[in-house]
Write a protein that binds this ligand. Structure first.
Ligand code: FAD
Length: 481
């Protein structure tokens, strides 16, 4: 390994947040070293699976339709988090999101025109042309161009922090323990979603049945180390983004294609054949992230989504083919479910469906009456064969337990004192904005906004520490618990 001394800023983790931080620190004139635990071909963590980010805008842009104001965006955050957010940090993120597409574009990230169709996101979210992999490849190209040094197979396993000041870290580089010193560090190493032991500690034995949608490299080692070193935590180990994915998906890294978007078009039963939640509660992009947790709470952590042929073609194509049969009973048998109960559940549902005008693009008036739980929108009878079903499992996307930060992305220590030169961005601090719940695309928004701030602040701390310490400390430590 070449000499790794002389760098001003270390960035730990090379996903969207890490690359935003590295590029931003270079803009500030810092010499930057990025350590990424995955090999090059597996770089960019969960970010390589992404498709879009959520942005505020007051008028149509080249890539988003209509307007999405600060107040509407914040209302959405409040609604999905049920108020568990830090308003100051959330509003700051929302305002800064107006600049994201242009800044990303300046480093070669390309966007596609606003989408229509089944996703209902063309107004609020900007989509990467070529998806998250293309976005991350553009970032890495830019990083090489501007002189960021990237080292792969470099897993950071320990940090040395004295009185709130980062001094050095230890990384296993190609398996060899190496100490690296720098003036400031940005941690952007994701959550702990791929650490099966930690998940089990938080969730108990049910965690054995969780599938991890993204990278196997986000084990939370840096997070744990900093929490052990006295940094203040945010959110809770059981909070996170968890969606219902196809139960046939691989344990790790199945990615976006394993998601099932048919829930709002049908009904979902557990392995006793009983419904357990309103499948039509709200638009799918606002509600899809609660379904992982709902399925996790069911016996054996499984669910089954039943639809009929009217629903086919109205949701994103699926990776695995659906189970299919001419009758509900046969379909239930194929899934090894108690057929009589499933038939009974679907009959009770069909009997409760009221006439209405189906419109999947609006919160329509197709609903049930007298049924518990109700289905409040898009309730159509499941009566047109052939019938289809998909098995569901909880798919964990990322965890929210993280590091508490202020609006300069500075990591706070217990009691709210600022660490001197430790900054955080991305999943590792997303819990400051997302105490619970999720609004599609906000993960990349948080990572981009805080990555840029973290890089700028780390560069300033490294190159002009006096100015950094004099800058107004607008500390926002209203804990989100
Ligand atoms: C399937 C899927 C689809 C998603 N789609 C979207 C979407 O469309 N829009 C959206 O906003 N969000 C989406 N998300 C969530 C999204 O991935 C995150 O919010 C965001 O991209 C995370 O960025 P990050 O940089 O914080 O983490 P990551 O992109 O996961 O990067 C963390 C990096 O840190 C590295 N690392 C971990 N530990 C260490 C260590 N000890 N030492 C060194 N390196 C380490 C990892 O290898 C990884 O490369 C999706 C997630 C998944 C799994």
């Amino acid at each position: 390994m070449d000499d790794l001394s002389g760098f001003d800023v270390l960035v730990v983790g090379g996903g969207n947040a890490g690359l935003a931080a590295a590029l931003s620190a270079r803009e500030g004139g810092a010499k930057v070293l990025l350590l990424e635990s995955a090999p090059q071909w597996f770089r960019a963590g969960n970010s390589r699976h992404t498709r879009d980010l959520r942005c505020m805008h007051d008028a149509p842009t080249k890539v988003m339709s209509g307007a999405y104001t600060e107040d509407e965006f914040y209302k959405d955050v409040l609604s999905v988090t049920q108020g568990k957010t830090n308003e100051h940090l959330a509003r700051m993120t929302i305002r800064a999101s107006t600049e994201c597409t242009e800044w990303m574009g300046s480093y070669g990230v390309r966007f596609q025109k606003a989408l229509g169709g089944t996703l209902q996101l063309g107004r609020t979210n900007a989509f990467f042309l070529g998806g998250g992999k293309a976005m991350m490849n553009a970032y890495y190209d830019a990083a090489y161009r501007v002189g960021v040094r990237v080292v792969y197979n470099a897993e950071v396993v320990a940090l040395r922090v004295v009185d709130g000041e980062f001094q050095s870290l230890t990384a296993l580089i190609d398996g060899k323990s190496t100490t690296v010193v720098a003036t400031a560090v940005v941690v952007s190493s994701g959550g702990f979603e791929s650490n099966l032991e930690w998940l089990k500690e938080a969730w108990g034995p049910m965690a054995d049945n969780f599938l991890i949608r993204g990278t196997p490299y986000n084990k939370g080692k840096v997070l744990k180390c900093l929490l052990d070193l006295g940094m203040e935590s945010i959110s809770d180990a059981r909070e996170g983004h968890m969606v219902a994915i196809d139960g046939r998906s691989p344990k790790f890294d199945g990615g976006i294609v394993t998601r099932l978007d048919c829930v709002s078009l049908g009904i979902v039963v557990n392995n006793k054949g009983e419904r357990f939640y309103d499948e039509g509660e709200d638009f799918w992009p606002k509600r899809y992230a609660i379904w992982g947790r709902l399925v996790a709470e069911q016996p054996d952590q499984v669910g089954y989504c039943f639809i009929d042929s009217k629903a086919m073609g109205k949701f994103m194509p699926t990776l695995f083919p659906p189970f299919k049969a001419e009758t509900i009973g046969e379909l239930a048998q194929a899934l090894k479910l108690p057929a009589e109960q499933v038939v009974e559940t679907i009959k009770a549902y069909n009997d409760a469906v009221q006439p209405g005008t189906f419109d999947h693009e609006t919160l329509d008036d197709c609903k049930t009456t007298g049924l518990k739980p109700a289905k409040t929108h898009w309730a159509l009878k499941i009566d047109q064969p052939p019938f289809y079903a998909y098995p569901l499992r909880p798919g964990i996307t990322f965890t929210y337990l993280g590091l508490m930060v202020n609006d300069r992305a500075t990591v706070l220590m217990k009691g709210g004192t600022r660490s001197k030169n430790i900054f955080a961005a991305g999943e590792i601090m997303a819990g400051n904005v997302l105490g619970m719940g999720y609004a599609a695309g906000i993960g990349v928004t948080i990572g981009t906004v805080f990555g840029r701030i973290a890089g700028r602040e780390a560069a300033m701390q490294a190159l002009n520490p006096q100015a950094a310490s004099l800058a107004t400390p607008e500390v926002a430590i209203h804990a989100v618990r």
